[in-house]
Design a binder for this molecule. Structure first.
Ligand SMILES: Cc1ncc(COP(=O)(O)O)c(C=O)c1O
Length: 640
């Protein structure tokens, strides 16, 4: 496989010699004599995996002699490409005068002129990164075609391949799908729930931790929905509280029920021009933390989604530092942002910004199979809770995890380390090209961070993940539903998300220029056809009406409740979750007071025919008076 070594070396003699010697040993090499050129090489050439750099360098080609040194050089390089390996190549003899602060991979003393050693160490490091130990072992095992006397019952496909009825199942998925779907009875493949120190799952998880900047990484085969629940149940004891965005994914709300925790909600910002719920303003976040602590709530953790579904990125470092100051652990749900450590356009990822935990849907934005997720850990106190974490990990895990999924996590990590930067650079370029082309069309306009955020976020340092392209369709003449329908029926294009006047397209590492141009041509044709709908206006401003939590969600959840017409529920307490789609944010969670405002809100949506989960023909589940009285009698009412 072709990767490159970049030599940044001011001394002509050593630069030429090192290049010649490494080339002679079969490595691909680029070289330059100053940091500025080195950094532009790193930006433009995603194949560079290793940088050989002197302790002292020239900043630019105009510099007179060396004018930049040591750690500053390493940091400048890692700011652009965190995943490359740095090797020091120096004439400094005294090891006490140099130091890498954990930033460098290795050291070579120039006058040793031991290029064989250099070659071996460089190739060993890259070889290590490009392993996919679990995937490789799975391939090896499957190719042996061992007789299987264990589960799964399809026995590598033998139960179906000659069937007159279901042979198509075998043919569609192919032999390898069956051969790699193996049971946990195969010791060579380690065990997800009890990985052996030298096992291939341990090794794969270790490599993932290194790649994603975590101390520990755990693979999860039931999606980030499960990763979130594992963490909430680990970090929160019954009655302890967590601060969360009301707009957090529903797995977080369910995790709170399961943990028996008290939710302290943060109301997201709202952009009514485009019907978008955005990040939580910093001021509100800090004030809610302080109020919660002042009210005596046992606040233990904060969970936020970064980036948001629409690609809005928080200024995480400051927020995490503020939460830590107040003694909270921080979990960042990076379901949509797992690639953030592989391109400076997205830095810092949650782990680099200081989060204690991050959950990632490796399947959503990287190359893993559906449901494949990772939990990354940097919590300095993790060791003391590791056993309890493992109990919760097992509580939510199948004892028969899908091996193809584990393999896909291993390979997705390898891909991001080896070519993530290049793929993301390409995705970012495609996104900009799409923006430019769409903006040339009548009736369509792409939105920037300033358009997507609301005023209350001004000064909060919110950035846009530019691979998420949101198009304003207000003046297209089409409604969102009409446009979504036409794109699918006439052009075979499925959109990720719409609001009443926007459409969001996700550019991923799998997006091709053909796809981008097909999308543009479809929008161009629709722009020429011009819809007849006139200018779109929001029917009503988005309004997230919240009310008090009277009982812990878990206590209310375990009550049977009674379904009652929503109109008659004022003053009662919800027993179930009620979630209108869109926007998919729970309006009621178990234990929450039903107020007149909430009734009006839900009734209006119901009359408009909005899909509302947890509401059946205008009825919602509420606690019976007896249940309320019983919860209160047990002393389970929450003081606000
Ligand atoms: C913010 C967020 N977190 C978690 C999840 C759940 O992820 P998964 O589908 O991997 O279970 C989603 C899914 O859409 C999500 O949007």
């Amino acid at each position: 496989m072709n990767y490159k070594v970049l030599i940044i070396e001011v001394n002509e003699e050593f630069r030429v010699e090192a290049r010649r010697e490494l080339l002679r040993r079969g490595l691909s090499v680029r070289d330059c004599n100053n940091l500025e050129e080195g950094i532009s090489a790193l930006r433009e050439d995603g194949d560079i995996q290793v940088v050989l750099v002197n302790w002292r360098s020239r900043k630019t080609k105009e510099s007179q002699g060396t004018d930049i040194e040591g750690e500053i050089i390493f940091r400048e390089i890692l700011k652009v490409r965190f995943e490359v390996n740095l090797f020091l190549f120096t004439k400094e003899k005294d090891p006490r005068k140099i130091g890498g602060k954990g930033l460098i991979t290795g050291y070579f003393y120039k006058d040793d002129r031991d290029y064989d050693d250099m070659y071996r160490k460089i190739t060993a490091v890259v070889k290590e990164k490009q392993q996919a130990p679990f995937f490789e072992e799975l391939v090896r095992y499957a190719s042996k075609s061992n007789d299987s006397w264990h589960t799964p019952g399809h026995s590598s496909g033998d139960s179906v391949k000659h069937s007159p009825w279901v042979r198509d199942y075998y043919e569609f998925f192919g032999h390898n799908m069956f051969a790699s779907d193996i049971s946990v009875s195969v010791p060579a493949l380690d065990s997800l729930l009890d990985p052996k120190p030298e096992g291939v799952i341990s090794k794969a998880q270790e490599l993932a931790a290194r790649a994603f900047r975590a101390k520990r990484t755990f693979f999860v085969t039931n999606g980030t929905s499960t990763s979130n629940k594992i963490l909430l149940q680990t970090l929160l004891k019954p009655g302890e509280a967590i601060l969360l965005d009301r707009n957090c994914h529903k797995s977080v709300h369910y995790g709170i029920i399961a943990a028996g925790a008290e939710p302290v909600y943060l109301t997201p910002s709202v952009n009514n021009d485009f019907g978008i719920f955005g990040p939580i303003p910093k001021k509100r976040l800090y004030a809610t933390m302080d109020q919660g602590l002042a009210a005596g709530k046992k606040l233990k953790a904060l969970i936020l989604t970064n980036c948001t579904y629409d690609g809005l990125i928080y200024d995480l470092e400051e927020i995490i530092a503020e939460a830590h100051k107040r003694g909270l652990k921080v979990i960042i749900d990076e379901a949509w942002f797992g690639y953030a450590n592989f391109h400076p356009a997205f830095y810092p990822c949650a782990m680099a910004a200081g989060a204690d935990y991050a959950t990632q849907s490796t399947h959503k934005t990287m190359s893993a199979f559906s449901q494949s997720s990772m939990i990354h850990v940097n919590d300095p106190d993790f060791e003391s809770i590791e056993d309890f974490f493992m109990e919760n990990y097992m509580l939510y895990s199948s004892t028969s995890p899908g091996y193809p999924m584990i393999a896909s996590l291993d390979v997705a990590r390898k891909q991001m380390v080896m070519e993530g930067y290049r793929l993301l650079s390409n995705a970012l370029q495609l996104a900009e090209d799409l923006r430019e082309a769409v903006n040339s069309l009548d009736g369509f306009r792409t939105l920037e961070a300033e358009d997507l955020i609301s005023e209350e976020l001004n000064g909060d340092g919110i950035r846009l993940d530019r691979t998420k392209v949101t198009v304003d369709i207000t003046r297209s003449g089409y409604s969102n539903k009409k446009l979504e329908h036409l794109l699918l029926s006439d052009y075979g294009i499925q959109v990720e998300k719409t609001t009443f006047n926007t459409m969001t397209f996700l550019i991923t590492i799998g997006t091709t220029r053909s796809k981008i141009n097909r999308l543009f041509l479809a929008l161009e044709a629709l722009s020429k056809r011009k819809g007849t709908g006139g200018v779109l206006r929001p029917a009503e401003p988005l309004n997230l009406v919240l009310s008090e939590i009277k009982f812990l969600p878990r206590h209310a959840f375990y009550c049977e409740g009674v379904y009652s017409p929503v109109q008659k529920c004022e003053g009662r307490i919800a027993a179930g979750m009620v979630v209108p789609y869109p926007p998919g944010i729970p309006i009621l969670v178990p234990g929450q007071a039903v107020t007149r405002e909430i009734i009006t809100y839900l009734s209006t949506l119901f009359e408009k025919g909005v899909e509302i989960h947890g509401m059946q023909e205008g009825y919602i589940n509420i606690l019976t008076p007896d249940e309320e009285a019983e919860l209160a009698r047990r002393g389970w009412a929450i003081s606000s």
